[in-house]
Design a binder for this molecule. Structure first.
Ligand SMILES: Cc1cc2nc3c(=O)[nH]c(=O)nc-3n(C[C@H](O)[C@H](O)[C@H](O)COP(=O)(O)OP(=O)(O)OC[C@H]3O[C@@H](n4cnc5c(N)ncnc54)[C@H](O)[C@@H]3O)c2cc1C
Length: 443
């Protein structure tokens, strides 16, 4: 079944629990995590009820939920004990990383316990193939650690401060995706997972046993640690180019995508979105922008291509701080900056396919004020189509028009499990028989 464009809240999957169960669980957790490891203070509850769903005016208009309790495990061993207690009391558990997911999946729809994993930050091992860390480790710290060992992550999201567990459970792609695809496509070597059963323990899963837990929003298990792929570090150059129009910039991005060795990231925006990005002389006001993390061996070919496509190279920079900075201008971030510069005006749709470029004018006309942010993805174009927000129906109507143009659409205005939902549901029935893990995620 395809997820609806807009989420519709129902009671399906609401666990049967009440205030007495929450009070009893609070006593259990006090014994397991200590007084500083648990909170029901309004500030802590409000914080655990926030994420990046503010980017969707449709989700923002809804009450997405609020927890009754928040727990902050300090050791991986505490996680199964917490889960056993919650299962015994029948209280739902929503696992939280940095809370940057932008579909509301980390907000506990029916309340209950939020398990905040951000204290579990240990990076345990780096080899020539992988890095192993606890789920709360930040993606930026994993990339920095890999660089210190002359390696780089296969991929990381533009939300570089987000957690390893959150990126694996809630994210999908980022810097590196051009070469390696999405995060369920061989990125994960192993996971340590806790299932929601009365006898919960940490289960170590490798390869094909681990992959089914990726991008499942924590409904099938809680990730406490992971081993992810790295590769030898390449010499990267951050290239900023400017063009007279979005049309020219998008065409140039298509051509630059064919350069070998492949770029690690390639993003393009028209003049209006470029003007909303943070001040930087390399992001020229009034012009469109193409930004790439380019292998040094391909630099000359890249700059030649930019010139022949009518563009101007504005800056070439290097070093990890620069590659990370350029990453933070990719994927959802240009939309985020656009929305920040003009609050309460814009919404976006996640779109994919070569038609984004080949039929650019028609695509941008689907929504009033339409403006594409383009990413070169893995073997296809990918991006965000930004439009002026009028109503949920306007958003829904545009989807059919986009599909008619040959554009694939994924809606960021819904909170349902969106990757192989039937398979994930069957998995969750085994690992979470009482339906306590992040309930309410089935369409
Ligand atoms: C401006 C902006 C830019 C973004 N750019 C990208 C991008 O480039 N690529 C991308 O893929 N995403 C992107 N996202 C979405 C999101 O930021 C990333 O997916 C991020 O990696 C999520 O990590 P987190 O720690 O914030 O997870 P959270 O938001 O805390 O959680 C995300 C989901 O994972 C579950 N979860 C969290 N931790 C665990 C765990 N340990 N075990 C089981 N389940 C868990 C949560 O319950 C939730 O369902 C972006 C979002 C915003 C707002």
């Amino acid at each position: 079944m395809t997820a609806p464009v807009v989420a519709v809240g129902t009671d399906e999957g609401r666990p049967d629990f009440g205030p007495d169960d929450v009070d009893a669980l609070a006593d259990d957790l006090l014994a397991i995590a200590g007084p500083r490891g648990i909170s029901s203070l309004p500030r802590a509850l409000a914080r655990a009820a926030r994420d990046g769903s503010g980017m969707s005016p449709i989700l923002s208009a809804q009450d997405l939920g609020e927890p009754d309790l928040v727990c902050y495990p300090r050791t991986a061993d505490a996680v199964p004990a917490i889960v056993r207690a919650a299962v015994a009391r029948g209280v739902p558990i929503t696992t939280r990383g940095k809370g940057t997911g932008n579909y509301g999946q980390v907000i506990p729809r029916f309340g209950g316990l939020v398990l905040d994993m951000t204290s579990l930050t240990e990076i345990r091992d780096v080899t020539g193939r992988s890095v192993t860390a606890q789920a709360g480790a930040r993606m930026i710290n994993l990339e920095q650690t890999a660089w210190a060992h002359e390696h780089q992550l296969w991929m990381y999201p533009s939300t570089v401060q987000s957690t390893l567990g959150g990126f694996l459970a809630g994210g999908s792609a980022g810097t590196g995706t051009i070469v390696h695809g999405r995060n369920h496509q061989g990125f994960v070597d192993a996971l340590d997972v806790v299932h929601a059963t009365a006898d919960a323990e940490v289960v170590h899963l490798e390869g094909a046993d681990a992959t089914p837990f990726v991008h499942t929003y924590g409904v099938a298990g809680i990730i406490v640690g992971a081993t992810i792929r790295v590769e030898p570090l390449q010499q990267w150059r951050c290239v900023y180019a400017s063009f007279a129009s979005g049309r020219e910039a998008f065409d140039a991005a298509l051509r630059l995508a064919t350069v070998e060795p492949k770029p690690r990231l390639l993003s393009a925006d028209g003049p209006t979105i470029t003007a909303a990005l943070p001040d930087d002389p390399a992001l020229v006001r009034g012009r469109a922008s193409v930004r790439g993390i380019i292998d040094a061996r391909a630099l000359a070919e890249t700059t030649d291509l930019i010139a022949s496509a009518g563009g101007r190279v504005e800056a070439v920079r290097e070093g990890i701080a620069e590659t990370v900075k350029l990453s933070t201008l990719s994927y959802n971030h240009p939309t985020w900056w656009l929305q920040k510069s003009q609050p309460d005006k814009w919404f976006h749709m996640e779109v994919r396919g070569d038609a984004l470029v080949t039929r650019l004018d028609e695509v941008e006309q689907v929504y009033e004020g339409g403006m594409l942010h383009l990413e070169v993805g893995h073997e296809m174009m990918f991006g965000m189509l930004n439009g002026i927000y009028r109503s949920p129906q306007q958003v829904i109507d545009g989807v059919a028009a986009l599909e008619e143009l040959g554009v694939g659409v994924h809606s960021p205005h819904q909170w349902y499990v969106d990757l192989d939902a039937e398979r994930v549901r069957a998995l969750a029935q085994q690992t979470d028989p009482k339906g306590l893990l992040n309930p309410g995620r089935w369409m």
